[in-house]
Design a binder for this molecule. Structure first.
Ligand code: MRU
Length: 350
């Protein structure tokens, strides 16, 4: 039996709910959940049912717009007070991916131009839909630029899941592989499993298999050996927040890969939309790093694998220094060092 190859997606807006692919259950169970109220949106983000910087932003935008659509007041000032309360609630869900705050602030800006509560409700939903649909084209552009940058390199390593299911479609770091398959360009992708919660094993391996991309799974500790023995030619990763100087926060383990790339003299690329840049963070030092529950480390799939009371340190992200990054692939083109200058030109105002 031949499998139908499709690029999976994780978010679908319906008039009264957001349908999400439950990324906690993959790959064993393909389950979709309906989010209908603020608490459900918040919980889905905190528990990683929805994860990945752009997908978090899109989900939060729908969550806030949907919550606002249900406020019963006709008074615009009261409406805005409720909106600010709910915006803060969603903003507290996860600290590192700046796309969350970018999306919520974009909704906030809508309220600067509305005259009535009805107008606000309509425009907020439209803006959430716009954030969602724009992201697909942004990711496709990232993929096109990434294909150019990767040139004839075919053996590429990645970590975590910066894929279609972490975005609207295509992904960031995985976009060139999906587009490549459509164009008949065959990559061999090495996916790090990405402990502690295994987004590489559970999500990237699944997503790339669904779309027919050649993927080989390794544990994170096999990265150096695999680069050397399998002749990996480049590493490409996503990002949760990129500071003004190019320092990049991404899933824990990313900076380790960048250091390996430097050792083995292969390029390390970051792929991210402009909504992932945070010019208020001057360097990586300014980026808040989320720490998550100890159980993510002391258990695997519900089974205890460590002594009950062992102290645990569980940072979900690390920061890769700008000097280790060969290029940052955005929808606007590829940014090269000096990043302060190239980021300022492309993303900010110089
Ligand atoms: O904790 P997660 O799964 O939300 O972390 C996701 C990542 O680190 C991704 O690489 C990043 O958000 C980019 S997704 C296009």
């Amino acid at each position: 039996m031949t499998q139908t190859l499709t690029i999976p997606t994780s978010l679908e807006w319906h008039e009264d709910h957001l349908l999400i692919l439950n990324q906690q259950k993959l790959p064993n169970v393909v389950e979709y959940l309906k989010l209908r109220n603020l608490n459900e949106y918040y919980e889905a983000i905190v528990s990683l049912k929805v994860r990945g910087a752009p997908a978090i932003g899109i989900t939060a935008a729908y969550g806030l717009a949907q919550a606002a659509s249900l406020y019963e007041t006709e008074n615009l000032n009261e409406f805005i007070t409720l909106f600010k309360r709910d915006k803060k609630y969603l903003a507290d869900s996860r600290p590192t991916a700046v796309n969350l705050f970018w999306a919520l602030n974009r909704l906030d800006q809508v309220l600067e131009h509305v005259q009535t509560v009805n107008e606000a409700k309509t425009d907020l939903i439209h803006t959430a839909i716009q954030i969602h649909t724009e992201d697909e084209e942004v990711c496709r552009m990232i993929g096109e630029f990434a294909l150019t940058v990767l040139d004839d390199k075919r053996k590429v390593m990645t970590i975590c899941n910066a894929g279609s299911i972490a975005t609207s479609k295509y992904g960031t770091a995985l976009s060139p592989f999906h587009l490549g398959r459509e164009k008949g360009i065959g990559f061999q992708v090495f996916a790090c499993e990405t402990r502690p919660v295994l987004q590489g094993a559970r999500l990237t391996a699944w997503e790339l298999q669904q779309s027919g991309v050649d993927v080989t799974l390794i544990t994170d500790s096999m990265a150096a050996h695999t680069i050397k023995e399998k002749g990996v030619e480049a590493v490409i990763v996503g990002a949760d927040r990129i500071a003004a100087n190019g320092d990049t926060a991404n899933k824990i383990g990313t900076s380790m890969l960048a250091i390996l790339c430097s050792h083995y003299s292969i390029p390390f690329y970051v792929a991210a939309p402009s909504s992932t840049f945070d010019l208020d963070s001057k360097t990586g030092e300014d980026i808040p790093i989320e720490e998550r529950a100890r159980e993510e480390i002391t258990t695997i799939a519900g089974s205890i694998i460590a002594p009950e009371n062992v102290p645990v340190y569980n940072p979900a992200f690390d920061v890769t220094s700008n000097e280790l990054i060969a290029g940052i692939i955005t929808e606007k083109g590829v940014l090269y060092p000096d990043f302060e200058e190239s980021i300022g030109r492309a993303i900010g105002v110089i």
